[in-house]
Design a binder for this molecule. Structure first.
Ligand code: HSE
Length: 403
């Protein structure tokens, strides 16, 4: 029997306990032995909870118990969770987590500590909720040089955008709904402002390219500036506006990562990834494009990813799981403006002026304010130069079928 402790009894932590109960026999078969939740750590009281007698408030009790071999950290944040993770690893316990903030900020160091103590630090649930994405990158695509990863990796913002665009729900109502369903972060501005997407893209970049990408180095724009008018114009081109995180490795070794709303044309693989669903496209130099799709947030999908790591850790008696990446300096960071794409622009000019300035364009429509159009492919620098003397209301990169 493998005995585990669950730190934090929020949406994900309670989902882990519930799933181990619901799928008890299947999980035991996969792990090769029964998985038993010995402790649940939370500062709150849970009276009349079926697991009431397993709750503890003092982490030292778990830390000192040699029977506990795996700690599930679902506290979130990078303070208490960092301390408890470090202490667990140093006490010779493997740690499994869904905590994207902690992994993106301190993953490199925590993996080193895990390796030193011959235990695992696993975090499949930190990106894409229930979507299997990290293990495919680590294992299945390990023979590829990965050139690009991009995707919709925040369920809350995708749920909000889809509800607004397809069901005509207001931003505030869609957000409340996402909170009720357990998708949103404790402070939902981490979702809305793109911070959560940024953290997840850093983890994807770390694993794909083997270099540490710090969240603070990634230009990040959220969805609060997305205007209904642009949504309507995009739809005229059968396109959708989605919050995309993207990380690209250039042939010179530089890595460009950023988060921003994009216009996704209908032939893009992610154009119809709606609601709480996430989608991630990975381009390798041998395999080409592969896509990963599923529920990106929510109690049981995320818990399933966490428990799959518990099983992985229980099976891997050898300890260290051989995941690592190197610390890196600013020298590896490339300029976002170097990337060439088509652009969606809505600006205070008429269609003729737009085509004189931008050349070949696809006009989506005009209104009292100006014109919305899609340009040919050009770098961010070239686009910015052309926009210098123009009053632009919205500028988004456009992603089509780039397979
Ligand atoms: N708030 C996150 C999201 C939870 O909406 O994607 C899953 O990481």
């Amino acid at each position: 029997m493998v005995k585990i402790a669950v730190l934090g009894f929020g949406v994900v932590g309670s989902g882990v306990v519930e799933l181990i109960d619901i799928n008890h026999d299947k999980i035991a078969r996969s792990a090769g032995e029964e998985v038993y939740v010995k402790y649940i750590l939370d500062i709150r009281d849970f009276k009349d909870n079926p697991y009431e007698n397993r709750f503890v408030k003092d982490f030292a009790e778990i830390e000192k118990d040699p029977e506990v071999s795996i700690v599930v950290e679902t506290i979130g944040g990078a303070r208490v969770a960092y301390d408890f993770t470090k202490r667990s690893l140093m006490a010779g316990k493997s740690v499994v987590t869904s905590n994207k903030e902690l992994v993106s900020e301190h993953g490199c160091e925590l993996l080193e500590i895990a390796a030193q103590h011959n235990v695992s630090y696993l975090f499949e649930a930190s990106v894409g909720g229930g979507v299997p994405i990290l293990r495919p990158i680590i294992s299945c695509l390990s023979a590829d040089e990965i050139e690009e990863v991009y995707g919709i990796v925040n369920g809350t913002t995708n749920y909000i955008l889809t509800s607004m665009i397809k069901d005509g729900v207001s931003f505030d109502d869609a957000l409340k709904d996402a909170q009720r369903k357990g998708y949103a972060e404790h402070d939902p501005s981490a979702d809305i402002d793109g911070i959560d997407t940024c953290r997840k893209m850093c983890i994807l970049a770390d694993l794909s390219f083997g270099k540490n990408i710090a969240p603070a180095s990634v230009p990040t724009q959220g969805i609060s500036g997305v205007d209904g008018l642009d949504v309507a114009y995009a739809q005229k081109a059968s396109a959708n506006i989605k919050l995309i995180g993207r990380t690209v490795k250039l042939p010179n070794g530089k890595i460009i990562s950023y988060v921003a709303p994009h216009v996704l044309l209908k032939d893009n693989l992610l154009a119809n990834v709606d609601g709480v669903f996430n989608g991630v496209v990975v381009r390798g130099n041998a395999t080409g494009e592969t896509m990963y799709y599923g529920k990106g947030a929510g109690k049981l999908p995320t818990a399933a990813a966490v428990v799959s790591d518990v099983i992985e850790s229980a099976k891997c008696k050898c300890g260290s799981n051989l995941i690592s990446w190197d610390m890196a300096g600013d020298e590896i960071t490339g300029e976002v403006n170097d990337l060439s794409d088509r652009w969606y622009i809505r600006a205070e000019i008429d269609a003729d002026e737009a085509s004189v300035t931008f050349g070949d364009i696809e006009v989506l429509g005009s209104d009292g304010q100006g014109t919305a159009f899609i340009t040919r492919e050009m770098t961010g620098y070239e686009c910015a130069e052309k926009l210098e003397n123009i009053n632009a209301f919205a500028v988004y990169r456009v992603l089509g079928n780039n397979a």
